[in-house]
Design a protein around this ligand. Structure first.
Ligand code: AMP
Ligand code: MG
Length: 428
């Protein structure tokens, strides 16, 4: 039985994070299978091979302004120069830039040979086929020109394998002519909700029952980190059902169980995992919410999981309370899932913010707390964003969770948090 007070034997947040971090490092060495997806379907996937430039970037010296390509030394004399030609984007200049001449040019067009700067349209005077830079303006060599290959040379690595693909990476791949991309296969994540009180979302709960919100929440969180959620039927709080459900989840690459890991009479998940041969890395940590969190691994028989994890499958027993489930997923399960997905970036994202309002420390001392909070990210230069607790009624308060946009980290030893105190926040 777990004690209600934080036992000094339980790992601290830092110790638990370090332990999970070691597993993440090991998992990072096992490469998942590779598949090919069309560029339009690559959002959120993980690049399986480095992306290389097929051509120099830019492929020609290009003007970044509408204006006149010229020689800097000639332009700075402020004498009129003959307009020798015009080039718009998509065309190539008819010839090199003659002496004492300028070349009309549009943004994105190739700069004629011989020119070493582009003066902006707004900075010149045009008169009868001639143009001059208006004094006292100067132009620097290279101004408003991106030299051929300045961003990358053909064959250069632009993105390493393990990069998560968002819109910018899609644009870069498109610029390199990649209509498809090699990506890592998504890890299959079994989500097993447990509890006699749970009914389906579409059902009207009878007295004593509640709807299963952890299933849909975790499915969304898994998908957001790059996993393929596999929501299993909810298991009742009895040994037989739990054993059968764990058996059913055998093919998963990662197993998330919610509920049944506290100290109650019907918290039967740990014994079921033990019967399935689990090795436990920890059963409870000094955090709130989320103290009952269980982490361990099981030997696997299957093939796909074995390839990725070297013969073991990790599991998390997340506490049933929705806010506890969300926090422990973010802190511990998301990094493991990110590693299984082949991502380079796996660690939870923390940032600094400044306390907006006074908040007395409440709850048990000796626990690192991760409390639903709202951060106003519109800080001005030199200021930290302001964060405030979202009022909540404990770790079952889904409304508070849904109205928050981060978690405020209250260290084990913190007392009151004065307005202006610099604090850490955990980003979703
Ligand atoms: P447990 O961890 O099983 O002791 O559950 C703790 C609390 O979380 C209880 O109030 C449960 O009813 C609630 N809970 C457990 N599983 C879920 C779930 N899937 N969705 C919403 N609430 C849940
Ligand atoms: Mg339960």
């Amino acid at each position: 039985m777990k004690s209600a007070l934080p036992s000094p034997d339980l790992l601290s947040y830092d110790e638990a994070a370090a332990l999970v971090g070691d597993c993440v490092l090991r998992l990072g060495k096992c490469r998942p299978a590779i598949e090919t997806v069309e560029l339009e379907r690559a959002m959120g996937r993980v690049l399986a091979r480095p992306l290389a430039a097929d051509l120099d970037q830019p492929p020609f010296a290009r003007s970044t302004r509408d204006g006149f390509a010229c020689r800097e030394a000639e332009a700075c004399t402020h004498k009129f120069l003959t307009i020798a030609g015009t080039t718009r984007a998509g065309l190539v200049p008819a010839g090199p830039l003659p002496p004492r001449a300028a070349w009309e040019i549009m943004t994105g067009a190739p700069v004629p040979a011989g020119a070493d700067a582009v003066v902006m349209l707004e900075h010149v005077e045009v008169d009868a086929g001639r143009v001059r830079l208006l004094p006292p303006r100067k132009v620097e060599p290279g101004e408003n020109i991106v030299a051929q290959g300045a961003q990358a040379r053909a064959g250069d690595e632009l993105l390493p394998a393990g990069t998560t693909i968002h819109s910018a990476q899609i644009a870069l791949a498109a610029s390199c002519g990649c209509a498809t991309l090699p990506v890592f296969a998504r890890p299959r994540v079994a989500i097993l909700t447990t509890g006699d009180e749970l009914v389906a979302v579409s059902a009207m709960p009878a007295p004593g029952q509640i709807r299963n919100s952890n299933g849909p929440m975790l499915a969304a969180m898994v998908a957001a980190v790059g996993g393929e959620p596999w929501v299993l039927p909810t298991a009742a709080d009895n040994a037989q059902t739990l054993d059968a459900s764990l058996e059913q989840a055998a093919d998963a690459d990662l197993l998330l169980i919610t509920g049944g890991v506290s100290a109650g009479k019907f918290d039967l998940v740990e014994p079921a995992l033990a019967r399935a041969g689990a090795r436990f890395h920890f059963t409870g940590i000094r955090i709130q919410p989320g103290k009952p969190l269980v982490f361990g691994d099981l030997s696997v028989r299957g093939t796909s999981a074995t390839q990725k994890t070297g013969g073991t499958k990790h599991f998390f027993g997340l506490p049933g309370n929705p806010v506890s489930s969300a926090v422990t997923f973010l802190l511990f399960a998301a990094p493991v899932l990110a590693a299984l997905a082949g991502k380079r970036e796996t660690a939870p994202r923390f940032a600094l913010a400044r306390m907006a309002t006074h908040a007395e420390r409440n709850g048990k001392p000796g626990l690192t707390r991760f409390l639903p909070a709202y951060c106003d990210f519109g800080a001005s230069v030199g200021e930290l964003p302001e964060v405030a607790f979202v009022p909540w009624h404990g770790s079952g308060d889904l409304g508070a969770l849904a109205r928050s946009n981060c978690f405020l980290v209250v260290p084990e030893v913190a007392h009151g948090l004065e307005p202006g105190t610099v604090v850490q926040i955990l980003l979703p």
